[in-house]
Design a protein around this ligand. Structure first.
Ligand code: GLN
Length: 305
């Protein structure tokens, strides 16, 4: 396993130079574009890692899977899916267009910004700070820490500049889909996006999803099986934004990416995978991370699709 990881990592490093670090959130622009880390957790809970697998980064859109799992756990499936669909869009993650043009007038799925902001608005708590803290405790519970950290600089940087997400949230308010105020929902969303984790953490959560909710590191249930399955299904169809179809063909496993450079993947009954490479392709997916997952999928025959 270590050899496979190292080979995939080495073969994928050149792909990093084909990507660009996200800069629309100003604080992300300083990331090192040549960084690349790969981690795996297997069905026995063994951890494997190579390169920058312990470098922390903000999880950004990967948080959408975690907030979905969290809100499903706290409030049930119906609370989410009465307001958000389960269908892919084929549009970029921050697209607003279908909110107006689709017949259902609700976000297509929880893994695009529109759907994720609705889910954020549902989180339990007294105020955005409290909601954000409870969410971080939930995620901490999945990765074996009391709480996961938030990157304050990235959080504030996005909060100050998010004109597109504000437009989406105001539109959602008009459609009657937000619980509470617009700025509060956005604040919770920015807080969850700025949670910082490393590739090993992502592999741990990926392994919980892979095992249908059992944490192989601790040998106990961390999430309801149904929750894990819903998350994985949506990851297959919507997890890699408008690159989800190509990813399903090339790699063939459920995965979720974020513009911080992370990708989390779950290989049924076998592995959780986490990769980090902040140089992104034109769709906002980690260029080096994609290359590493393609290489690993080929080498270890990971395709489940
Ligand atoms: N916080 C980011 C945004 O809303 C997350 C996007 C992403 O990772 N694709 O733009």
């Amino acid at each position: 396993m270590n050899d496979a990881l190292t080979r995939a990592w080495r073969a994928s490093r050149p792909a990093c130079s084909g990507g660009t670090v996200a800069s629309y959130i100003p604080a992300l622009a300083g990331a090192d574009p040549s960084a690349l880390g790969v981690a795996a957790v297997d069905a026995e809970g063994r951890v494997y890692e190579v390169g920058d697998a312990r470098r922390r980064f903000t999880i950004q859109s990967i948080s959408k899977v975690l907030s979905l799992a969290y809100v499903m756990t706290e409030l049930g499936e119906e609370a989410v899916f009465s307001r958000v669909g389960k269908e892919p869009t084929g549009d970029p993650f921050n697209s607003i267009i279908r909110l107006e043009t689709s017949a259902g007038r609700k976000p297509f799925n929880p893994l695009i910004n529109a759907g994720a902001i609705v889910v954020s608005s549902l989180m339990p708590g007294d105020c955005p700070a409290d909601k954000g803290e409870r969410f971080r405790s939930y995620v901490g519970g999945l990765v074996g820490r009391p709480v996961v950290e938030r990157d304050e600089e990235v959080y504030l940087s996005e909060k100050e500049t998010a004109a597109r997400n504000r437009s989406i949230a105001w539109f959602l308010k008009e459609l009657g889909l937000l619980e509470g105020g617009v700025e509060d929902a956005l604040d919770v969303y920015f807080r969850q996006c700025a949670v910082s984790m490393d590739a090993v953490d992502l592999a741990r959560v990926g392994a919980i999803l892979a095992m249908d909710g059992i944490d192989p590191v601790r040998g106990s249930r961390a999430m309801a099986a149904r929750t894990a399955r819903v998350c994985k299904s949506l990851m297959v169809t919507c997890g890699m934004y408008d690159g989800s179809g190509e990813f399903a063909v090339d790699v063939g496993v459920p995965a979720k990416s974020g513009v911080g450079g992370g990708i989390m993947a779950a290989v049924r009954d076998r592995l959780g995978l986490g990769v980090y490479g902040p140089a992104l392709d034109e769709r906002g997916n980690s260029a080096g991370g994609l290359a590493a997952l393609r290489a690993l999928s080929d080498e270890l025959d990971l395709r489940v699709l």
